[in-house]
Design a protein around this ligand. Sequence first.
Ligand SMILES: C[S@@+](CC[C@H](N)C(=O)[O-])C[C@H]1O[C@@H](n2cnc3c(N)ncnc32)[C@H](O)[C@@H]1O
Length: 325
Amino acid sequence: MDDTPQQPNPDLVGDLFWGIFKPQWIRMALQIDIFSPLAAGPANAERVARACHCNAYAIKTLLDYFCGARILDRRGDEYALTLTAETFLVRGRKAYVGNMILDYTDQAMFDSILESVRSGAPRALDENFVQDAWLESYSAWRIPKSLEMWQSAGIKPEGREHLRILDLACGCAIKSFSLAQTSPTVLVTCLDSPAVLQVARDLAERMAIASRVTFMPADLLTADLGADQFNAALVGQITHYLTADQNKNLFRRIHPALTRNGTLVIDCPMSTDPPSESASFLTLFMWANSGGTAHSFETYRGWLEQVGFRKIHQMSERWLSARKA
Ligand SMILES: C[S@@+](CC[C@H](N)C(=O)[O-])C[C@H]1O[C@@H](n2cnc3c(N)ncnc32)[C@H](O)[C@@H]1O
């Protein structure tokens, strides 16, 4: 028998809320816009404070904080943007993600979730998918990770004239572009909203594969995906936003769109029993947002079998694959 004295663990409680400060400091910095005054070149704290109409001592402290967070550099008493800050945090820049950060750190989002918890009724949260796509489009680590996903699903360009991939709700499409970069035989069709597709187009150009990408602005929930067109389809990080009926309807349209031995890959959080912390977090967020949830692998398998998919495998905690026949 364990005779260790039982002690309450204060760290578990601290972990529940101390993380709040980091998001609120960047929220404050974006609201007073400490990054734009540095866009023209390094400046000291007094200059930044004057440009932001704020107290010089407080601004110096905030600038030092972001140096510690590796978002700014300090040279003597002057502060300068890092490439990261220059790319993502200067208002008006192509890949500015400040609006998304402001949305996620706004108490209004949490009040809306609280209201859903009380009432039991999901209330659509307006997620900034465009800025999310910009941030993702620079995530270099996604490339090897995505190649691992395609490999575990047995999807390889070798030995075929063309490998046609349909990337549904593609975001910046880095997951399918990673495979396209490995071979000129890979052709990608990207489906998302027109604004998000502009990010995918920008990334396709940066990855030098734009001539092999087709952009399909459409609504995932209703789009006609055609017949016998694609060797593989990817549905990444969207099925947990969708209800059971929306997912079944989507899989029912993907099945005929695949060629005879075509493969569907789903990348999503999957619930386990007992549920993991991350799946439960996403379930609450998705449910409050859209009525979605982190569905289990067994649930996906049931839906996929109903519409005719076979050989349904769970490849990892987040990936599953299914064959048309
Ligand atoms: C969380 S992101 C996932 C992006 C990418 N597939 C991935 O795996 O990282 C969800 C994407 O779904 C897109 N999306 C959401 N609802 C959609 C709809 N009804 N039709 C088309 N795209 C949609 C959003 O614009 C966004 O790019």
